[in-house]
Design a protein around this ligand. Structure first.
Ligand code: FUC
Length: 814
């Protein structure tokens, strides 16, 4: 139901009238990123996407560069199970070494459990518009309206006002660029294309057609290889990029590699991309989709429609997602300043809550734009990458980054955008069966490790023993990702999804864990061998290593996987005996430990961390994203988690800051969460480079993309998730209103954010106090509603609208 209708029905409208009329008048400005100069570097350019085709628009005056991507264009081929010899025979000797506390030997032997690297997301190519113009331009403006997913460039040159408008339509699978001028016959430009991949082109009938193919292998940029990029014309994913110019006035001429527009009044450029990717398990060269036909069909269909029709259809589709959530933290006007300057002044301490709202909504924009292709989640760079050897392969880094991308999908009301990730889990489970067998000797269920790609690679990375155990050997990603399936169910109430799709995957992940756990000397169940993502310990003897048994992170993930699988089986009234085996194992898991410094222990023993300030903090998984630790439920563990965060400090990379915002919010410390949120919005100089800073420097580029550095999209999503987490939290029994409201957000309103149990929530607060909350119950579930120490029960019918005042008194409905 439309938000205003709902609000009207609940009597909420009187309170929010001011907010919403304000919303209407400044919506466009509030949702706009804008700049007064063309982009020079990637990190200044504007990203557009329809969840498959991605474009990065530089908006130059004499020459406009547009990087093109397609979410399904990767190097590589389906996983070849035969490529992995059975190495599970090494497990007994690793366990033996660990039993003898010989960590050096365990680390060495653990290297036997490594496989190949993942493949890389490929850059499709760059489209260039070269204008036949000279001279100085004036009144330049480049903007992205995220409420419309529409970029616009305009400027004056030789007394002519030029405008370009760009969007990528999901319903019509095509990018459209409208070029216009306020003087007839002044549009003169050439369209050309270049790619780092193999390709050929020809033009006919106002259409430039580029067909090519991606490498069948790319080695990660951090790994030495004499031949890192390997092409073979008979292997790898094929792609097509077709460009059509529709002109009013003037003419279009073609050469084999260009379209040239002369003296036109207006031009609509259509761009259609397609690849032969036909699923994670199909050879894209031999058994692929017909990319040429697909690209041609999309182009023809779009060409039949007027620009206005294409745009209307695009807006209707896009806004059906974007408009679900509204947030206001301030009634001050949006500063009339380019976004990069706004960001700089914010970083110097300026108060700009509208920028904070923009950052939050930009996260939602990015997810809608990058995550709409079944089985192909948003990758490390979303869908925007110009490099043939991108940072960390632009892959799915499964020990945090891929999951962080989806932390806000449900809570920020974008369930549909979660689906590419959720469907990817099904693929991972298939390759993961072989991984469970050949790497770990386990014949039930499935497992997945540190890195993955469009082919759903699940084996550990590390180039067969050359990788460091601290990152290459972690094998808990299947265990982690299945909790996303349960979350999707709790937010949506989709029982068919839970029964037919989710449960078998969850059960498979849980089965692997049941068989992987071993009994330690104290009688507890632990993992062995085990690591804690990317961290190293120092033993009491001073050995620096990574392999041990029973890392807190492993056990936290197994605990969560078991608990959610149990709940699912109970909900589906199935598998009683299996449930008992999970319950038995849960009771014997080695519990959380508090170390001598008051911290939550990362390692089985109370060892020192080799790098106490490290960006990874996976042992806090139980605090966030899981719901095992909370100040109200487990005060001592929450205190220990806080201590751990204090020891880690706040200086860290983009994605790590994104995570810590959520962790601090879960500790109900809104002010610390907000401090880190502000730090996430630290201005970072754009440089078009892949320079990595591992120990700090996290922030935001001028185009509001997250800086690890380099650009990595997870920080954007983690930061946006953190905004919701400050305003609303939930677990499987409770909903907490304003649980971590920072002092800086004294007054505000939000609508359309969601809580577990199938609730859609709108709130208004003033002077730090809740005024009114409206709750739409989509599943009719019972929950405890918390605010400011008070608890009431939400007992609702499916579809009920409940309104509560600030003291949690329920207002009567008509
Ligand atoms: C892990 C992290 C890095 C980076 C990379 C993609 O290796 O430790 O910081 O995010 O993944």
């Amino acid at each position: 139901m439309d938000m205003n209708v709902r609000l009207q029905r609940s009597g909420f409208l009187a309170v929010t009238f001011f907010v919403f009329s304000f919303h209407m008048s400044v919506a466009q400005r509030q949702n706009t990123l804008w700049y007064n100069k063309p982009a020079v570097h990637f990190e200044e350019a504007l990203v557009l996407g329809n969840g498959k085709t991605g474009a990065t628009v530089f908006g130059g005056v004499l020459s406009d560069q547009i990087y093109l991507n397609d979410a399904t264009l990767w190097s590589g081929e389906p996983v070849d199970a035969k490529a992995f010899p059975d190495v599970s025979n090494h497990i007994p000797e690793i366990r033996e070494a660990l039993k003898k506390e010989d960590y050096r030997l365990a680390d060495k032997l653990n290297k036997n459990l490594q496989g190949k690297f993942s493949e890389s997301f490929a850059p499709l190519g760059t489209m260039t518009l070269t204008f036949k113009q000279q001279g100085n331009y004036q009144n330049y403006r480049r903007e992205l309206d995220i409420s419309k997913s529409l970029a616009t460039v305009s400027y004056d040159l030789d007394n002519v006002h030029y405008t370009r408008q760009y969007f990528i339509s999901h319903p019509d699978k095509t990018m459209a660029i409208k070029l216009s001028a306020n003087k007839k016959g002044t549009l003169n430009f050439t369209v050309s294309f270049k790619s780092l991949l193999k390709y050929s082109s020809f033009a006919t009938n106002n259409t430039l057609k580029v067909d090519g193919y991606a490498p069948y292998h790319v080695t990660p940029d951090y790994w030495r290889d004499a031949q890192p990029v390997r092409f073979d014309e008979n292997r790898g994913t094929r792609f097509s990029a077709y460009f059509k110019a529709q002109n009013k006035g003037g003419q279009v001429t073609t050469s084999d590699s260009t379209l040239t527009v002369s003296n036109a009044d207006e031009v609509i450029l259509l761009v259609s991309t397609a690849t032969s990717f036909n699923g994670f398990d199909k050879d894209p060269a031999k058994n692929g989709l017909n990319n040429k036909e697909l690209a041609q069909k999309q182009l023809e269909n779009a060409a039949k429609m007027s620009y206005q029709t294409l745009k209307d259809r695009h807006l209707k589709d896009y806004q059906s997602f974007f408009n679900r959530v509204y947030l206001s933290l301030d009634h001050k006007p949006v500063p009339d300043m380019p976004t990069d300057e706004r960001l700089k002044s914010y970083a110097k301490g300026a108060d700009d809550k509208n920028l904070e709202v923009l950052y939050f909504q930009y996260g939602r924009y990015l997810l809608i734009s990058s995550s709409r292709t079944p089985g192909v989640p948003a990758n490390l760079q979303g869908i925007w990458n110009p490099y043939i050897r991108p940072p960390w392969s632009s892959n799915y880094t499964m020990n945090i980054n891929a999951e962080e991308n989806y932390w806000m999908a449900e809570s920020a009301n974008l369930s549909e955008m979660h689906m590419p990730f959720l469907t990817f889990i099904g693929n991972l489970a298939q390759t993961g069966k072989n991984t469970a067998k050949t790497f770990y000797g386990i014949n039930r269920g499935w497992a997945a490790a540190h890195n993955s790609d469009i082919w759903a690679m699940s084996s550990p990375a590390g180039d067969f023993g050359k990788g460091e155990t601290m990152w290459a050997n972690w094998n808990m990603s299947g265990t982690w990702v299945v909790t996303h399936l349960w979350d999707h169910y709790t937010y949506t109430g989709d029982k068919a999804f839970l029964k037919d799709y989710a449960y078998p995957l969850m059960k498979g992940a849980a089965m692997f864990c049941l068989d992987w756990l071993v009994t330690d000397k104290q009688g507890y169940l632990v993992t062995s061998p085990s690591t804690s993502p990317e961290n190293s310990y120092l033993t009491d003897e001073g050995y620096k290593g990574s392999t041990l048994y029973g890392s807190t992170a492993d056990l936290a993930m197994i605990r969560e996987c078991f608990e959610k699988t149990l709940k699912t089986a109970a909900e589906l009234k199935t598998d009683v005996a299996f449930r008992d085996s999970i319950k038995g194992a849960l009771a014997k898991l080695y519990p959380y430990q508090v170390g001598k410094n008051g911290n939550l222990q990362e390692w089985y023993h109370d060892w020192k961390d080799a790098d106490p300030k490290h960006r990874h903090q996976t042992h806090l998984y139980g605090l966030y994203p899981a719901q095992q630790i909370a100040p109200s439920k487990t005060p001592q563990l929450a205190q220990a988690a806080r201590k751990t965060l204090e020891i880690r400090g706040d200086n860290t990379t983009g994605w790590s800051k994104g995570w810590r915002i959520n962790l601090w919010a879960r500790l109900n410390d809104g002010n610390h969460a907000y401090k880190m949120f502000r730090e996430l919005l630290t201005y970072v100089e754009p440089d078009g480079a892949k320079n990595i800073n591992y120990t700090g420097g996290g922030g935001t580029y001028p185009n509001l993309l997250d800086a690890h550095p380099p650009f990595q999209i997870d920080g954007n999503f983690g930061g946006a998730a953190g905004v919701v987490e400050m305003l609303l939290q939930s677990d499987d029994e409770n909903v907490y209103l304003l649980p971590a409201l920072p002092d800086s957000w004294q007054t505000g309103s939000v609508s359309g954010i969601r809580a577990r149990g199938g609730f859609e929530i709108s709130m208004k607060w003033q002077n730090g106090k809740l005024l009114v909350a409206e709750i739409l119950s989509k599943s009719g579930k019972q929950r405890n509603l918390h605010y400011n120490g008070k608890i009431v029960s939400i007992n609702s019918q499916k579809g009920a609208h409940l309104t509560f005042s600030g003291d949690l008194k329920q207002r009567l409905m008509r």
